[in-house]
Design a protein around this ligand. Sequence first.
Ligand SMILES: Nc1ncnc2c1ncn2[C@@H]1O[C@H](COP(=O)(O)OP(=O)(O)OP(=O)(O)O)[C@@H](O)[C@H]1O
Ligand SMILES: [Mg+2]
Length: 318
Amino acid sequence: MNESIAISASNLTKKFDDFTAVNDVSFKIFEGEIVGILGPNGAGKTTTLRLLTGVYKLEEGEKIEIFNENLKDNQINCKIKFGIVPEISNAYSDFTVLENLEFSGKMYGLSKEEIKNRSKILLERFELLDKLNAKTKTLSKGLKQRANLCLALLHEPPILILDEPTSGLDPISVKIMRKQILEFRKAGKTILITTHDIKEAQTICDRILIMNKGKIIADANPDTLRRDFKSISTIIFKTEKELDSKLMNYPTLIKRSDGTFAISSENVLKDLSELYNSFTLKNQIQISDVKIQETSLEEVFIDLIKNDSTKKKGVKND
Ligand SMILES: Nc1ncnc2c1ncn2[C@@H]1O[C@H](COP(=O)(O)OP(=O)(O)OP(=O)(O)O)[C@@H](O)[C@H]1O
Ligand SMILES: [Mg+2]
């Protein structure tokens, strides 16, 4: 991966009266990375994206650089680097899809020919050609979201900022969106995406920032995050007969409601061999149907939020 920095944000803070929605947040996004921002409702994700994209004015001490250019000093130069799919669509609802594309294209200084050619390619890619002349307000949520992405991409920006682009979409629209997001990555674009779908984040993101109460509480790649976070797997198994109380006291053993047993393990091979010794060799109890379950990112996420300390894990930027 290219190590040049696409976005550098320092000490971002946003207050609404005396409520601090974003609290002294700093991070860097490297060129070509897909970074996911995850966090519970109200964590400050959208507000952070709004600060980044210049919707909110930066105060003294806050700094954003886009490809090394200061956003405060070079608003236009920086803003055209972004393709934005905001939480609330900025398309004109009374315009048709094509009219929105034409309007947006003109704002970015594209020629008629460029707008026509690029629109055709985008609408094809997002399977929207048949909605070309439909008023945007008549589109379903998923179709509108695809149109929003076409609008964001028209001026071929190097950075995409996507605020929950797949939220509430049907599986086909989700598939189209994800496929396209991965295509952008292949094309070397930098993507910052918020999502509540932890599986989505795990599948498409190189790095995940977890926000809670206006702070970034974890910054790492999905695997590191899982590994660093206690690195515990669960060994699930069945036994051929009931366990006596001595074996029921086996460290971390839990009897599950479906009759299987589970132990948490930081060293699966060692614990499996100990299980075999204690159960089968010493007590002649066969164990079967052994399954190893890795800690899911969802569990990591819930635990991090639950025990929200402000200690960052695996931080790459400081
Ligand atoms: N314009 C505003 N005026 C007052 N408070 C606001 C405003 N915008 C956001 N907030 C508050 O700031 C906090 C962060 O909001 P934000 O929209 O950034 O959260 P989020 O992480 O994007 O949540 P969600 O997952 O629900 O989209 C919330 O408590 C929200 O109510
Ligand atoms: Mg939001």
